[in-house]
Design a protein around this ligand. Structure first.
Ligand code: ATP
Ligand code: ZN
Ligand code: MG
Length: 501
């Protein structure tokens, strides 16, 4: 790699009295400038009102600059009582090679990017000191590499590997269950991807919840926590959601002030026009939060910097109170792909070995529920881990799985939906998943125990999806439903709706 960095250093007063030779000498004598650096570098100095530096090197010039700055501050502070007031990056050029040439142009913020084959030239102009001290250059290089690997990954079939499937079962229904529920007055559409559940549908969703909570979650020893539904955006900076899927998040804005007078004009306009002046509203609020995307990020946040006692491991907790919201855009369908859904999420934290054992037990228990209680035709597949999708890293999934010492990844649970057509040609419905994410979140949130490494994992149960899978295969005729399922609900209850005249 080659780096060429030009900076201007403004002093607390003009640098008169200091000569170029003096700075050259100070820098050439400074031991801690070269320490640990394998590579050549050259520093050109020029002094008039300001100090101008040009660093040409094989090594990260922004790191060299940090050292130079320290040496200069020490020297000029002691001898001339001048401090540094401001630093400008006039120009920063970086040359490096990528594994493969890009397939189409690559662009990144703050820089111009040009390619000749796989030789990349990054050119940055007119930035402030933050660009150097906050490592923007390294991140820009990583981002360019990531964008290229994504270009190669795009268009390839998603990684999907069948692990297990139930026996083929007789289907008792072939219609779209959401459409059928709508016709029967069980559900009412509020707006795109958002639904109101009338008593029969609410009851059915609650039966799914009861089965999930009593027969799986509590049975497997998970303990309930209750989280906040309005997430500070910073949590997603740590998990990667905010750059992985900012286009799926529902953002929450809070008023900039509660002061009545600040809102008076807005209120008056609404009263007069009977419309909501959206632009004016935007000026009155700040976006600091988002609604739950999944429950696990806040669980990790609550455990941030904590040391979990060994006798609490594996830690098993679950959350069932908050709704998840995702902007699915044109993809919404019935209640199976919605913008607001009900999910139970279980998080487990422990040593890698105990988590693997737990994963097997969890799968066994799920098998019991889907085979015996819900009596579904379903299957499990190994897929691109959600934590990589959520952080926009899908391109490296296979490599990451391959280098893991123990199993890491995501298992999707999918149900056959007869209304979509044949089993072979149509996509099945992912109704839940199970992941072991390795140390990704335990290290991001610094979660520790007394001895040894901690891994974590989670399993998210989508209640709308359980219900769709069940109704799509068993239909709406109570007498056709599996015997074990009928224990959770009486026939009359499924028939009792609200009578509208
Ligand atoms: P999909 O690939 O179907 O979009 P996902 O991979 O985005 O799902 P996860 O982020 O892994 O889903 O969330 C876990 C569970 O949440 C899913 O298995 C599913 O049960 C549920 N879920 C996710 N998105 C939706 C949605 N839009 N509507 C209803 N349930 C959903
Ligand atoms: Zn999760
Ligand atoms: Mg999704």
């Amino acid at each position: 790699m080659k780096f060429a960095l030009s900076v201007t250093i403004k002093g607390s007063r003009e640098w008169t009295g200091i000569s170029k030779c003096e700075i050259d000498e100070v820098l050439s004598k400074a031991e801690n400038l070269k320490k640990g650096i394998d590579g050549e570098f050259k520093i050109n100095v020029d002094v008039d009102k300001d100090i101008k530096l040009e660093i040409l090197s094989d090594y990260r010039a922004h790191s060299l600059f940090a050292r130079i700055k320290k040496i200069l501050v020490e020297h000029t502070g002691k001898k001339y009582h001048i401090g540094i007031k401001e630093i400008f990056v006039d120009k920063y050029e970086i040359l490096f090679k990528t594994d493969k040439p890009p397939l189409k142009p690559v662009s990144v913020p703050f820089a111009d990017v040009r390619f000749e084959g796989n030789l990349c030239n990054v050119s940055v102009k007119n930035q402030d000191e933050k660009f150097l001290t906050n490592n923007y250059a390294d991140r820009i290089i990583n981002l360019i590499r990531e964008k290229i690997s994504k270009q190669y990954y795009e268009g390839k079939k998603e990684y999907w590997n069948l692990l297990w499937s139930s026996e083929r079962k007789e289907m008792k229904f072939d219609k779209d269950p959401s459409e059928e529920m709508r016709k029967r007055g069980w559900i009412f559409q509020i707006s795109k991807g958002k639904w109101f559940y009338f008593p029969q549908a609410a009851l059915m969703l609650n039966v799914m919840k009861t089965i999930a909570v009593e027969d799986f979650v509590k049975f497997a020893g998970f303990r309930e926590v209750i989280e906040s539904n309005i997430k500070p955006l910073e949590i997603w900076l740590k998990t990667g959601h905010i750059y992985g899927m900012p286009n799926e998040i529902y953002y929450v804005a809070n008023p900039k002030t509660r002061d009545e007078s600040a809102w008076e004009h807005f209120k008056d306009v609404v009263k007069i026009t009977k419309n909501i002046p959206k632009e004016e509203l935007k000026d009155l609020v700040d976006i600091n939060y988002g609604i739950t995307y999944a429950q696990c990020p806040m669980i990790y946040h609550a455990l941030n910097n904590k040391t979990i006692a060994e006798d609490n491991l594996p830690l098993k907790i679950f959350e069932k109170t908050v709704n998840s919201a995702r902007y699915e855009s044109g993809g919404t369908h019935g209640i199976e792909r919605v913008d607001e859904f009900h999910r139970i999420e279980c998080v487990f934290i422990g040593t890698p070995e105990t988590l693997l054992e737990l994963k097997e037990n969890i799968i066994e228990r799920y098998k019991f529920i889907f085979n015996e209680i819900l009596d579904l035709e379903w299957r499990m597949a190994d897929v691109v881990p959600f934590y990589m999708q959520h952080a926009g890293e899908a391109g490296d999934a296979k490599r990451d799985i391959a280098v893991a010492k123990l199993w890491k990844g995501t298992v999707d649970f999918e149900a056959y939906l007869p209304y979509r057509g044949s089993r072979e040609e149509n996509q099945w419905l992912e109704f839940q998943n199970l992941s072991i994410v390795g140390d990704k979140y335990t290290s991001a949130f610094n979660i520790k125990t007394q001895r040894g490494e901690l891994w974590s994992g989670c399993t998210g149960i989508g209640l709308e999806r359980w219900l769709v899978a069940f109704l799509a295969q068993h239909g709406f005729n109570y007498d056709d439903w599996p015997e074990k399922f009928k224990k959770y609900i009486k026939k009359e209850e499924t028939e009792k709706g609200i009578k509208f005249l």
